[in-house]
Ligand binder design. Structure first.
Ligand code: SAH
Length: 435
């Protein structure tokens, strides 16, 4: 029997009336019955001309059954915060209808999800590929959430976290933050609370400075990727328009200078092999022609490219190298604890499990290169770029790296540094991405 009424599952957006769609407004105004959790009903109460049925959190199935029942002969709106499909009630309605085989005139009205709301307040923290994870383990197991979170973090996209905390499960957030620290290091995290609602707050913190107490169930978090940039509280993950349209620093003049400089370098180092290109990068980064003869290649640098292409983790010694990279990396210095050694060396030793199979860049600290050599037999990296610099131990450390049974790029003598290390790694990264 076709029914007379209709069921609308309606997303009402993050809270502010302006962000309710015209369609949602229209169906709520014309509804005979509006059903929802009190929190959402409160946001639209004044719009409703029909009957209101309020319910509490853990009564979702009852709410759905009632809405389906009433919609046989009435227009019913089942309202949900944000978008009704995203961690909302729409999937339960679909499941219920398909398992009971009830036929019903039924429509989902989309809404502005918390992600969209937070993103616009932050200034495009998410602009392309991204991952969304909920920390609520009321419907799926914590093991699954943890596994998905790790995989998302490894993919170097911004990760948006819904349901970060509640009174019942504040421990989940602490565990999740530890996972973020171990996978991405001490990265910046945006906190958006009550977006487009009373009590709105937006701030960006380093992970280590984020107090879990500051995060509640009206909050979404956005964990930055290696491509995310920050200005004041704005957080932007560029989509690459600047390369396509040459906006920002890619002015005509900057391009001319870069082309001229590349032309000069091509005359000095003319070849087309990967080694030639790496040498050009090193010379370009330092302005020092002697790098042409200072680079030592052990094995084939293509092995570094292949490792990155396979998704190998990149581990570097210091933040300065990490900041210069065009891919996600972790800096050993951020993992150091109290120690007799240097912080970078301690960080490398503590990361030994992660170093196995990864691409390691040492740009600053000879002690970190030596620590790497201590563990490399048991936890063999896939590739090493070691250009530590200075007059105390740098030459010796790089000689030790060259003796390892691991393909590497090092510099002779005292020269090197974070800039040249990042330039070489970037060359490998770009090759890994280009074909
Ligand atoms: N369907 C909703 C999500 C419901 S799950 C949507 O599409 O937005 C509830 C979680 O969403 C909250 O724990 C919080 O993480 C997030 N959330 C919902 N509204 C929010 C708001 N106005 N500001 C910040 N986070 C919000």
């Amino acid at each position: 029997m076709p029914s007379q009424g209709k069921l609308y599952v309606v997303g009402i957006g993050p809270g502010n009336r302006d962000l309710l769609t015209l369609k949602a407004y229209e169906v709520i105004r014309n509804a005979d019955v509006v059903i929802g959790h009190r929190r959402y009903i409160d946001l639209i109460r004044d719009l409703v001309r029909g009957e209101i049925v309020e319910s509490t959190m853990r009564k979702e199935l009852e709410r759905v059954k009632l809405a389906v029942e009433l919609s046989r002969d009435r227009n019913v709106c089942l309202v949900s915060g944000g978008d009704p499909c995203i961690y909302g009630i729409a999937s339960l309605v679909e499941e219920y209808l398909s398992t009971t085989e009830i036929s019903l005139d039924y429509e989902i009205i989309p809404g502005v999800s918390a992600l969209n709301a937070a993103n616009s307040l932050l200034g495009c923290a998410v602009s392309g590929d991204h991952a969304v994870i909920s920390l609520s383990d009321s419907l799926i197991s914590w093991e699954k959430i943890e596994h998905r979170l790790r995989l998302a973090l490894r993919s170097d996209v911004p990760v948006v976290v819904y349901n970060p905390s509640s009174r019942r499960r504040s421990e989940n957030l602490k565990k999740a933050l530890e996972i973020v620290l171990s996978e991405r290091g001490d990265v910046k995290v945006a906190v958006v609370k009550n977006a487009y609602r009373d009590g709105q707050e937006v701030f960006v913190r380093n992970l280590s400075e984020l107090n879990p107490e500051e995060v509640d169930m009206s909050t979404v978090l956005v964990i930055s990727s290696s491509e995310t940039v920050f200005t004041d509280r704005r957080m932007l993950t560029p989509r690459g328009y600047s390369l396509k349209y040459e906006v920002g620093a890619k002015t005509k003049m900057a391009r001319e200078i870069a082309e001229q400089s590349a032309g000069i370098l091509r005359n000095i180092i003319p070849g087309n092999t990967l080694k030639d290109e790496i040498a050009r990068r090193a010379v370009m980064a330092t302005g020092d022609l002697s790098y042409r003869d200072l680079l030592v290649f052990k094995g084939d640098p293509q092995e570094g490219v292949e490792a990155i292409r396979r998704g190998a983790r990149i581990v570097v010694d210091v933040e300065m190298v990490r900041a210069g990279l065009r891919a996600e990396a972790i800096a050993a210095v951020n993992f150091a604890e109290e120690t007799e050694r240097t912080r970078t060396a301690d960080g490398i030793l503590r990361l030994k499990e992660k170093i196995e199979g990864s691409v390691v860049g040492i740009g600053n600290a000879p002690s970190a290169a030596k620590a790497l050599c201590e563990i490399a037999k048991e936890h063999r990296p896939a590739f090493i770029v070691a250009t530590p610099v200075g007059f105390v131990g740098a030459e010796e450390a790089k000689e030790m790296v060259r003796r390892l049974d691991v393909p590497s790029i090092t510099t002779m003598g005292t020269k090197g540094g974070s800039g040249v290390c990042a330039a070489i790694l970037n060359c490998l990264i770009e090759h890994a991405r280009s074909n």
